[in-house]
Each structure stands twice: as C-alpha cells, then as structure tokens.
Design a protein around this ligand. Structure first.
Ligand code: AHR
Length: 329
C-alpha cells in the first residue's frame, strides 16, 4: 500500500516538472512579460476597415498574435484619429506590455506617444509612419516604402507611354488626406513622371482609400474631363470603385483609360488579370508575423532596427494571371 502511494507521488512530481518545462518554453517564446509565465499583452490600434488591404492586415495581426501566444487587445478606430488616441491612452491605463498601431495620419500623435514613453511602454509603428521630431517615441517602424510604390507606378507609365504622341492626361485618386501612403505615393509618382513632360496630372483628389470614394470622385473626373488617358489610384479599392464610373461613362477600363493601382489584393489582381487594370505595385498587408517577433524583442528590452521595410514586387496583367491561383489575400 505504502509503495503504491510513493509511486503515485513520483508520477505526480514528474508530471509537474514536465508542465513547468513546457510553460517556460512558451514563456521564452511569447509569454515572457513579467517574472511569471503570463503572456505578453499587446495593445493594437487599427485604423479601420476601409479596404481589402486593411481587412487582410487585421487578419494577419490577429492570427499571428494567437500563434505567438501573445494576448492581443485589438481596437478598431473606425477611421478616426481621435479614436486611435483614446485607444492608446486606454492601453497605457491598462498597463499593456507593448503598444503597436497603424496611424491614420502622419501628424498629431506626438503627445500620446510621449505619454506611452513616460509610462515605460514601448511602441511599434506598423504599416504607416508618423511625422515626429523625437524619433525615440517609438522603437521601430515596420512597413512598406510608399514612395517607392509611387515611383514604380510612375516608371511603368513612363515606359508604357514612351512612344505616345501628344499630352497624356492623368487623373489621380489619392488615399486618405494626410496619411503616409497618400503623401508618399503621390510624391514618388510625381517624381517618376516628371521625366516625361507629356505626362500631365490634370486632376487629383482624395477617395479616402475606399471603393465608394473612388467611384464618387471618378464620376466627377469623367464629367469634368473629356479626355482622360490614365488613372493612378493609390489603392486597389479606389481603382475598383472607379471601374464602375468609367464603365458608366461608356469607356473601357484598361483600354480607353489605363489604370495603375497599389496593393495587389485578390480583387485588384483579378481586375488586372481580366485586363481592366494595367499595372499594380504591391503593398503587403501580411505584417503580423514580423510584428510579433518585434513585440517579443522589445518586451525583452532587446534592441531592434529603427526601420524594417516590407519586401514587395510589381505585377503586369500576365504576371497577375500567373500569381492569382496562389495569392494569399
Ligand atoms: O497603409 C496602407 C494602405 O492603407 C493601403 O494601401 C490601403 O489599401 C489601405 O487602406
């Protein structure tokens, strides 16, 4: 009888020590927040759900946090900067371990970022940058080179139009006013097309990165301008919305009006493969896995690169046809 009790106790102790080993493995990976085995708590403020890109980005962040064993407090700001500032203040009050966010616009975050720094909570910028004097207010910025995306779009057009005669009239659908991708894509595109004086931007307005915005602004563009040769849309969604306005005006998208967009989400790639778009510069929304690696590092106090640039490519119609079957988003 006594022997049986000892044997039971030994099995129990072995099970306990194995469980402890397993927990510390998890802790070293994702759950290293405090002295115990509790998971890292990440507060993430998302801009909203304005586009297919944004939806894919939200999915990537949620799935990657779950895989990494990181507890995610996710807030959707519904397109409002003031909601992002409130969410960040809430994260500070809740004493999360790390804050990450995709800032709607470049300016106006300095005060709240200083509050996070004073509270000792590291901040990681994802997708979009902020324009602050003090670069120590955040640890790292993970995201695309938006100027490059605009430049690649413009360079494609310069080459495409090299043998065209007469003025090439371009209309531009800008992203959200004041946002990094809208500012930077406009800049990169303008720099590239400046090499050919016959390429002229005759109208440029914000469609706020949405399909509805793209459709509405393109309707105004086609009404006001009898000759439009090219549309440069700062994202696929606005380009997709514009397709409806172009067709309703009796023009053939991709032929009468050449269309260049940015993102390469599935619907955009389908439009490109179908010949309705002509060129897409990719902007990857799959930032989740890299973000979680950064979160673990800054939580441990390790140094991280100030800038991590996403690897991206471009697509022509033929390349879109080949890439579509395996496209993840
Ligand atoms: O910041 C990334 C941009 O935001 C994407 O290109 C656009 O689709 C999104 O809304």
């Amino acid at each position: 009888m006594l022997r049986k009790v000892w044997a039971g106790t030994a099995v129990g102790l072995l099970a306990l020590s194995l469980a402890a080993c397993n927990n510390s493995d998890t802790g070293g990976d994702g759950g290293d927040a405090g002295s115990g085995n509790e998971p890292i708590v990440l507060g993430f403020s998302q801009v909203g759900a304005e586009s297919g890109w944004r939806t894919a980005n939200t999915t990537s962040i949620k799935e990657s946090a779950a895989e990494a064993g990181i507890e995610l407090k996710f807030d959707d700001a519904q397109g409002k900067q003031e909601n992002q500032i409130t969410a960040i203040r809430n994260f500070i009050q809740q004493k999360v371990d790390v804050i990450a966010f995709s800032p709607k616009v470049e300016t106006g975050f300095e005060t709240v970022l200083k509050e996070a720094k004073d509270a000792g909570i590291p901040v990681i910028l994802t997708d979009r940058a902020v324009d602050t004097q003090d670069k120590t207010l955040y640890k790292s910025f993970l995201g695309s080179d938006f100027v490059k995306e605009g430049r690649l779009s413009g360079e494609w057009l310069v080459n495409e139009m090299k043998s065209a005669t007469g003025d090439v009239n371009i209309v531009e659908l800008q992203g959200t006013t004041g946002s990094a991708p809208a500012n930077d894509r406009k800049k990169g595109f303008a720099e590239a097309i400046a090499k050919d004086p016959k390429l002229k931007v005759i109208a440029s307005q914000s469609g706020d990165f949405t399909r509805a915005g793209g459709k509405q602004v393109m309707e105004q563009f086609v009404k006001a301008n009898p000759k439009i040769d090219v549309l440069f849309a700062h994202n696929d969604d606005m380009g997709l919305g514009a397709l409806e306005a172009i067709t309703a005006a009796g023009k053939v998208p991709g032929k009468d009006i050449k269309i260049i967009t940015i993102d390469a989400v599935k619907d955009g790639m389908q439009a490109l493969a179908d010949g309705k778009f002509n060129f897409i510069a990719e902007c990857s929304p799959l930032l989740g896995p890299q973000l979680m690696e950064l979160v673990k590092k800054v939580n441990k106090g390790e140094s991280v690169p100030a800038r991590i640039e996403t690897q991206e490519t471009t697509f022509t119609q033929e390349q879109a046809k080949a890439a579509l079957p395996t496209r993840k988003y």
